[in-house]
Design a protein around this ligand. Structure first.
Ligand SMILES: [Zn+2]
Length: 465
């Protein structure tokens, strides 16, 4: 397994930073061109090598204004980004193949076509890929990729910090970057320029990544919540400060976004009235991204810490964790963009999915994903569809009141090994199946005591708030 290390520049002067920024900007144009030409079906089976040869031959390369090695590495990097983007789109398509084709041979042929990128010849696959693979655009204008044989590292004094010499825009001239570390970076470098700072990203082998902390021995189901990261099937909540973090950030964003919109309209008004200087001043001083990005980074790292801590707490107990497939989109992207709360919630779902995968892998526990349809509506005690009231689930048969997240976690645990409801069973079909099971049990069992009113609602162990 590879691990990314980051070294930072230390006291990089403005002249050098300017040179690097200029180069990154020119390379950004190369990236944009790659995305524009090959970011869709047209580029599916085109290799970066073919692109490079073509651009060398037809003179496109001469317009870039950067050295050959720099743009070639950038093409390779951008093609890899496009491929990753395309692979992500294949996840929902794979599920659709399972539903669409009925025989194993047909399914297999379709999976192979998807994998080998020959899906464009199959009308069904082509239609689906077009639906799920949204055309991307390049937004990266601050990166330089440097191959391992194109830079050198050195020390000015023994035991001192490392210096990095990378190619400039002029042949045989380098830009030297002082780093904040005594460890020299190695392999291919990705230099990312941020507010007055250069980050040097590189990959190292991580044989020591496997954690020594062992996992537990229980089998647990977990449900993803909004006020907490996870609730497990024992009824314990993990990462309870998530709700507070999300609420604070969402309130803050709503307020500042409204204010920014107002300021933006002032800038536009000034621009229309011919006062370009005022418009520019407002844009530079009141609509900047520096503080905004810094705050976002801080918030994200807090959520990640909370999430990973919560998942570690679950794995402390469990050798097998059963969870919902959290990578499935549940609301369209368009809707997400408009609603801050939902957008943040969707993002935390992704973080939880990542934490579950990576912590399980590192600590040696197994992760099973199941279909979570209706799991928060079934009362585990009597296996009927209960009555949901806010975060409570009432069993209408025996009168037990469940904490809805706890009930969901118990049901998710039971879904593992449920031969009727698989990961790909449709939502409406799950409800039918549940109803069939309830009916079957009713006809088999003797008539139940039909006066649940006489019983007091009681909480199952651990379900109290
Ligand atoms: Zn019950």
């Amino acid at each position: 397994m590879k691990l990314t290390r980051i070294a930072y520049s230390k006291n990089l002067n403005a002249g050098k930073r300017g040179q690097l920024e200029e180069q990154a900007k020119l390379l950004g144009r190369v990236r944009s061109l790659v995305w524009q030409r090959y970011g869709s079906v047209a580029g599916v089976r085109v290799s970066d090598r073919a692109t490079r040869d073509e651009w060398m031959a037809d003179g496109t390369a001469d317009t870039f204004g950067v050295l050959a090695n720099a743009w070639k590495e950038t093409v390779r990097d951008a093609v890899a980004d496009i491929k990753a983007n395309r692979e992500a789109a294949k996840v929902p398509v794979r599920k659709a193949i399972h539903r669409h084709y009925k025989t194993d041979e047909e399914r297999k042929a379709a999976y192979v076509a998807l994998k080998r990128d020959t899906w464009a010849d199959d009308p069904f696959l082509r239609r689906l890929m077009r639906k799920h693979w949204k055309r991307g655009r390049n937004h990266t204008n601050n990166q330089i990729v440097v191959r391992s044989d194109q830079y050198r590292t050195y020390h000015l004094a023994e035991g001192g910090n490392v210096w990095l010499a990378v190619p400039s825009l002029i042949r045989r001239k380098t830009v030297t970057i002082p780093l904040n570390t005594t460890v020299a970076p190695c392999g291919t470098l990705r230099i990312i320029l941020r507010e007055g700072l250069a980050e040097v990203h590189y990959a190292v082998d991580a044989p020591d990544l496997r954690e020594s902390r062992p996992c537990g021995d229980a089998k647990l189901g977990v449900d993803k919540g909004y006020t907490e990261v996870l609730t497990d099937s024992d009824g314990n909540h993990h990462g309870r400060n998530l709700g507070g973090l999300l609420r604070t950030e969402s309130d803050y964003l709503k307020a500042t976004n409204a204010r920014r919109a107002k300021i933006r309209s002032m800038a536009e008004k000034a621009h229309k009235a011919g006062d370009a200087a005022k418009a520019d001043r407002i844009k530079a001083n009141n609509l900047g991204m520096v503080k905004r990005n810094r705050r976002r980074a801080r918030f994200e790292s807090r959520v990640r810490t909370t999430t990973f801590t919560a998942v570690h707490a679950v794995v402390d107990k469990a050798a097998q964790v059963v969870a919902e497939d959290l990578t499935r989109p549940f609301v369209s992207r368009k809707k997400l963009r408009k609603n801050t709360n939902r957008r943040l919630a969707a993002w935390t779902k992704g973080v939880t999915a990542e934490a579950l995968t990576s912590v399980s892998e590192r600590r040696g526990s197994a992760l099973s994903l199941v279909n979570a349809a209706y799991t928060s509506q079934v009362a585990p005690c009597c296996r009927i569809l209960g009555k949901r009231q806010r975060d409570r689930l009432h069993c209408t048969q025996c009168g037990v009141v469940w904490q809805a997240d706890h009930a969901a976690a118990v049901n998710i645990l039971k879904r593992d090994g449920d031969s009727g409801i698989t990961l790909w069973t449709r939502h409406d079909r799950v409800k039918e199946l549940l109803q069939e099971r309830i009916d079957r049990r009713r006809t088999r069992l003797p008539v139940q005591d039909s006066s649940p009113r006489g019983r007091r609602a009681k909480y199952p162990i651990n379900a109290q708030q």
